[in-house]
Design a protein around this ligand. Structure first.
Ligand SMILES: [Mn+2]
Length: 386
């Protein structure tokens, strides 16, 4: 049977306050189109459906539209919650979406309590068993482990315990089925895309690929935005990656979906199908004349402009933005005097980096404590900057 693996949709994400709804609509149309052309038996959506826990009606409209189009094409969807999604909200939506062929697993559950989803192939009659593991925040890990009457070992560390949890989920796999693990997690060694929250891709969250189930025909992961195969995993394992270049850390990445060909008892064969929707994110550097000339020829791209000057030039950012409407970020580069401190001007930094810089200056230390940065990330996420 054939499956389409996608994830990290992040519907509702903006860039420097600008809506990307049209780009998301294009990307979702592209994904639905590929699912139809490839005649897949199901779409697997590996979490971070939405960018915010309380998405806008516009974001809902985009997601519902895509799910309805897939339903009309007779393609079922299995989706899980990522760290950006509200499990409570997805749980409520799950009831409405079930009748249109979308099975949403919002929270970790035992396989016999709805977390193992069966899909029957229209063409071959084969059955796929999709074991679903939504994102587990560290503070909620104990609750998840308790569902499984977890042995003591599970309580030693997040990564160890999650390994045990994945094993327990894989216990539902059957030799006569196409066995798939669908999970939103960070594996050790994965290369971040750049748009993820740092705090959830830290070492304490890193699960060793060797802990992924060897009995899976395929492991469909979400969380990391750069499409990639996971090395060191016992079965074919991939991050599908995000739909668009979500932040400048993801510039130059070609986004894609993964097509998975699988039969019972065999490792799956996978291939990438590139996505072309959405604007590129491009850095432009040089003198004022140079950046204007370079920006002029870059169509369909959001620009981050670094302009070299001799010192502060009032109004230069405005002039660049007037000439290049897609310049979403403009910063000046010039020699700083001693007392101005080192590094780029505060106003050119993202809020998180501004906070880091402020903390360093105020407390005279090299770095802010990780838990404080975690709290900052959570607040800025709620505020819509995630
Ligand atoms: Mn994500």
């Amino acid at each position: 049977m054939r499956l389409l693996h996608t994830g990290d949709w992040h519907i509702g994400r903006s860039i420097r306050g600008r809506s990307r709804s049209e780009e998301f609509a294009d990307a979702l149309r592209e994904v639905v189109g590929i699912a139809g052309q490839e005649n897949v038996d199901a779409v697997l959506l590996a979490g971070d459906v939405y960018d915010h826990r309380s998405p806008t009606p516009e974001a809902d409209d985009l997601v519902f539209e895509a799910l309805l189009r897939l339903h009309e094409a007779g393609i079922p969807v299995v989706a899980i919650a990522g760290n950006h999604d509200s499990p409570a909200r997805l749980a409520a939506l799950a009831k409405l979406l079930r009748p249109i062929g979308t099975t949403l697993v919002p929270r970790v559950a035992r396989p016999d309590q709805g977390a193992a989803v069966e899909i029957c192939s229209r063409s071959t009659g084969e059955v796929a068993l999709i074991a679903c593991v939504p994102f587990v925040p560290e503070r909620r890990y104990g609750d998840a482990a308790d569902l499984f009457d977890a042995p003591e070992l599970w309580h030693q560390s997040y990564a160890e315990g999650m390994g045990g949890l994945l094993e327990a989920m894989a216990a539902s796999f059957r030799p006569d089925a196409v066995n798939v693990l669908l999970a939103h997690l960070f594996t050790d060694g994965a290369i971040p895309g750049g748009g993820e929250h740092q705090i959830t891709i830290g070492i304490e969250y890193a699960i060793s690929p060797s802990r992924l189930p060897a009995t899976a025909g395929y492991v469909a992961l979400g969380h990391v935005h750069r499409p990639q195969a996971v090395r060191g995993a016992p079965s074919p394992t991939r991050y599908a990656g995000s739909l668009l270049q979500l932040d400048f850390g993801e510039k130059e990445q070609t986004k894609s979906v993964t097509i998975v060909e699988a039969s019972p008892g065999k490792p799956a064969k996978v291939r990438e199908v590139a996505l072309s929707a959405g604007k590129r994110l491009v850095d432009v550097e040089g003198t004022l004349d140079e950046v204007l000339a370079k920006g002029e020829v870059l169509r369909d791209a959001y620009l981050r402009v670094f302009v070299d000057t001799d010192g502060p030039v009032p109004g230069i950012a405005g002039r660049i933005r007037d000439a290049l409407p897609d310049a979403v970020d403009v910063s000046l580069r010039y020699e700083r005097t001693e007392d101005a401190g080192s590094g780029p001007p505060l106003s050119s930094l993202q809020p998180r980096d501004q906070f880091v810089s402020y903390y360093r200056h105020e407390h005279g230390v090299e770095a802010a404590p990780e838990d404080l940065l975690g709290a900052f990330d959570e607040l800025s996420d709620l505020d819509g900057h995630g």
